[in-house]
Structure formats: C-alpha cells, structure tokens
Design a protein around this ligand. Sequence first.
Ligand SMILES: Cc1ncc(COP(=O)(O)O)c(C=O)c1O
Length: 349
Amino acid sequence: MITINPSLKSRIHSIDFNNLPFGQVFSDNMLVCSYKDGKWGSTEIKEYGNISISPAAQVLHYGQAVFEGMKAFKDSDENILFFRRDENFKRLNQSAKRMAIPEISKETFFNGLDQLLKLDEKWCKSENGFSIYIRPFLFASQSCIKASSSEEYTFMIILSPTKEYYTDPINLVIEQEYSRAASGGVGFAKAAGNYGASFFPTNLAKKKGFTQVIWTDSNTHEYIEESGTMNIWFVIDNILVTPALSDSILGGITRDSIIKIAKDLGYQVQEREVSVNEILEAHKSGMLDESFGTGTAVSVLPISSITYKDIKINFQNSNLISSKLKDKLLSIQKGLLKDNYGWIDCLNY
Ligand SMILES: Cc1ncc(COP(=O)(O)O)c(C=O)c1O
C-alpha cells in the first residue's frame, strides 16, 4: 500500500539543468517507509524535505546504514527507462543482510520507484548526458544508544537529476598504507561506513593532486581492488582485465554489464587477481594500453594517469576501447540500441 501526498508546487523551474552539481539537487518528492514491531509499515510518497530523527537514532552512533545508486534515462519519446534495477534491488538486500537490517520487499521497491518516477518524471531530461540518479537507502532509526542492532529502520528513496560526473582528467594513486575493506568485512556491501572510512585517505591523496586512490588488498597492498566509486579495468595486450570479485570489492552492476558488452564486441575479458607489479611490468614492456573505471555515477571513465611511489604511468586518450564500451552501454541505457540483454524496463504510465 502506497499513500501519495505529492508536493503541491514543483521547484523544477528554479533549477539550472546546465549547471547541475552532482548530488546536490533533488526532485520534488521522496519515498519513506518505516520498520517497527518486526515489520515494514505502509509506504508514503511525499514532498521532498528534511526528516526528523532522534539524536539517539542508532545510525548516528553505529553507522547501521546501507544504500544503492542507480540511474534511469529518458529516451527520445520521453519514456523513462530503468537500467538493471532488479540488480540494485538484489544488492540492496544483500547489503542490508550483512548489516543486520531487515530486507525490503519487491513491492515496496519496484512499485515505490514507479510511483515516485511517475510524479517526478520531468526531472529526468531526455537530452544527451542527462539521467536521473536514484538513491534508495536504509538506516537504523530506533532511539537507543545501546551498541546492538536496531529494532526500527527507515527506508527512503530520493531522486537527483544528473549530468556526467567527472569531466576533468582522472589521476589515480595506488594506496600503500590505508585500506578500504578487509577480508571478512563489509567491502562487498554498499554500507555507509565504507565510504566514511575512505574519505580521510582520499583527502590526503587529493592534497597531493590526485583525483582518487586505487585501493589495494589490506594484507599486502600488492593486489589491486577498486577505486573511489568505480571498479577498475586495465587493457593489457588488447585483453580487458579487471580484479575478480571478493568480499572486499563491491560487485559493480556497470562492471558486470561491461563484461558482457565487451565479450559481445569480441574482446577477451579476464576477471582475476591483478597485482601492482603486473601493471608496472606491463607498462615497462609497452603492453599496458589503457585503464578505465566503471560505475553508475561515472559510467565508463578513462583514466589519465596512475602513480605508484615515484612511477607515473600516463595513458593516451585517443582511440580508446573504453569509449566504444561506453557508447554501447549508453546507447542501450538511452534506448538507442536494441537491448538484447533484458536490462531495460520501461516505466508504464
Ligand atoms: C565502492 C564502489 N565500487 C564500485 C562501484 C560501481 O558499482 P555500480 O557499477 O553498480 O555503480 C561503486 C558504485 O556504486 C562503488 O561505490
């Protein structure tokens, strides 16, 4: 059951869509659902705005929270196209399970999203480069500062219109001291604390002029894991190589899509351990052709340079395999190419 009390006056006319800072502009409405007494209650869609929580809400003290990041696009006939949202639904509940948060039902997630997007469809522009970023999230909202899992939770979905994320060259540095995630931990989940913990080392790297760090395994710092909010890829001797998933890497939905697209375009793809040493050696022997990141926010993003200690690897920026992969992915997402994968579902009005 969804109760809809929409905003009465849209803010859309006050928004400059040509200058959209990522993640700071939100649509008119949002979805809220609460968990209490062992069950999820009814869902409400209402005007986007501040929420009130207790200062003792457990999420503020113990970080029991997970989220998703997904996109919908608009085709030239103004249809809203969701991209692989069933995968985001699955991953949200996997993350929730790991963080001892009760799972969300299909009905709440899919029907809730449909109703919200129907109300706020104007916030998703059909022009090239635009999409609507969808942020579902779950957090512990019980007023209780005992260090144990909460008995009350809140599920919300907010929508943020977006344009392409990074426009500047991406200069990465291989992290040698700090770790994003450890074996047996929560790195595979979209747990809020993973991101909070990454900001300090990332800020240190930014002060040195880098865009992001490339995370390495927490035991030896010898194996590459991922970077920022992207999975990472290397093109070595024309083979596309990406680190195999583990419990310390987030299994990206874009990563999975690019694996399938690349194979169908005839590229060889390897998911396996990738050592820092291998990358340095491949560079030395002239076999390292390019590197790129994949993620919902960035799509497919060419990397300009990778630094390890005093070695800087610069990548060329023309005739990139990553551009071909990005074009194909975006064309499917925008409904310009036939979706042979069953990735797109169209919002029915
Ligand atoms: C840590 C991390 N790795 C990888 C990704 C890429 O995942 P996806 O392609 O599902 O957006 C993200 C973004 O969600 C992320 O936060």
